[in-house]
Design a protein around this ligand. Structure first.
Ligand code: NAD
Ligand code: ZN
Length: 345
């Protein structure tokens, strides 16, 4: 089968590889579509030598073959591949925090994620343990892949801030790309907050304005003051940074309100120095989360929101053969929403 593989730092290639074999508790999924995440770009440029790796952690498809011990899935069922391959049994998993699994992950490491360790979904087939599959019902698996990360991850960041997103509150979404354009719609669907969208690209701001943002701002040195103006100088009750580069980290810190929920999701390398002084760095009470992916409840919640038509991911399809142009378009900031790589078998 064909698979898009990372073969060296900075180098990906479409290669012929064997169709995976499955264990008795696994399912072979015929890939319908695999979303392309900015994390794939970070992976591409990471200076790490590793064996060839099939990328793709936003995968949906149809059940092709089921292992002997698998119940509940039949050939042809549309399924989503949940990306947190946690143990399911440790204290964190049993508490519903499987994205912080103690056994499959660790204090500074994550549970395995397809396309970042095990072979991912930018291929014609993927082998997955049945317990990491979610039924998609009537959702189209060609388009559903980004529910496994763009929607999962933004939902998780929002779910942990719901106590600060009631009536009269304000939330800022910084970076309206794959994650942010989904997060904005989730905020619009499940909260009563006034929504502010921030990006460098006017087309993304226009999309946000059409999907629930009441204010949109191009990101520059004046953005924090504009957000403070809207909130009478107090700041925003929740700020979601879906970019994580230095200017967006600076912006997030400059516009968060006292007791506000600061959620860092983007992995753009920005930093800040905490000052343990009454007047330094952050307002009192700010609650900060370095937010990773999401748990199983987040996954099911976003499938429900999509099935109910409450979130609509903007997508552009590329043939798996043209996967490299999708990477180029994402790197150049040319994509609105998410690119999906579709194998044509
Ligand atoms: P994307 O490229 O689709 O979107 C990034 C957006 O940020 C774009 O719309 C871009 O125009 C905007 N942007 C760039 N510079 C900006 C600035 N100065 N101000 C405001 N907006 C700016 O990327 P994505 O796939 O949505 O991923 C976003 C980030 O989240 C990446 O760093 C990715 O690795 C990370 N990520 C983290 C997790 C997690 O679990 N923490 C999961 C998935 C992705
Ligand atoms: Zn991702």
């Amino acid at each position: 089968m064909r698979a898009l593989q990372l073969i060296a730092p900075g180098k990906i290639e479409l290669r012929d590889v064997d169709v995976p074999t499955i264990e008795s508790d696994e399912v072979l999924v015929r890939v319908a579509g695999a979303g392309l995440c900015h994390s794939d770009l970070h992976m591409l440029h990471a200076p790490i030598d590793r064996p060839p790796l099939t990328l793709g952690h936003e995968t949906a498809g149809w059940v092709d073959t089921v292992g002997g011990e698998v119940d509940g899935f039949a050939v042809g069922d549309p399924v989503l591949v949940y990306l947190v391959w946690a143990c399911g049994e440790c204290r964190s998993c049993l508490e519903g925090r499987d994205n912080s699994c103690e056994v499959a992950g660790g204090r500074m490491s994550l549970p395995p994620c397809p396309g970042l360790g095990p072979a991912g979904g930018m291929a014609e087939y993927i082998a997955v343990k049945a317990r990491y599959l979610e039924p998609l019902g009537a959702l189209d698996p060609v388009l559903a892949g980004p529910l496994a990360d763009a929607a999962l991850t933004s939902h998780h960041a929002i779910a942990g801030a719901m106590h600060r997103l009631g009536p009269g509150t304000t939330a800022v979404v910084i970076g309206l790309g794959g994650l942010g354009h989904t997060g904005l719609q989730i905020l619009s669907a499940i909260t009563e907050a006034t929504l502010i969208g921030v990006d460098l690209d006017q087309a993304k701001l226009d999309f946000a304005a059409a999907h629930g943002a009441t204010h949109t701002f191009l990101s520059d040195a004046t953005t924090a003051d504009k957000i403070l103006d809207i909130t009478s100088g107090y700041g925003a009750d929740a700020v979601f940074d879906f970019t994580g580069i230095q200017p967006t980290v600076d912006l997030a810190i400059s516009c968060i309100a006292p007791d506000g929920c600061l959620r860092f999701v983007g992995l753009g390398g920005g930093t800040f120095q905490y000052g343990a002084l009454p007047w330094a760095t952050l307002p009192w009470g700010v609650d900060l989360r370095k937010s990773y992916a999401g748990n199983r409840a987040d996954q099911r919640a976003v499938i429900e929101l999509a099935a109910a038509g409450k979130i609509m991911l903007e997508t552009k399809q590329y043939d798996l053969e043209d996967g490299l142009s999708a990477f180029d378009d994402l790197a150049a900031g040319k994509l609105l929403g998410r690119a999906i790589l579709v194998p044509t078998i």
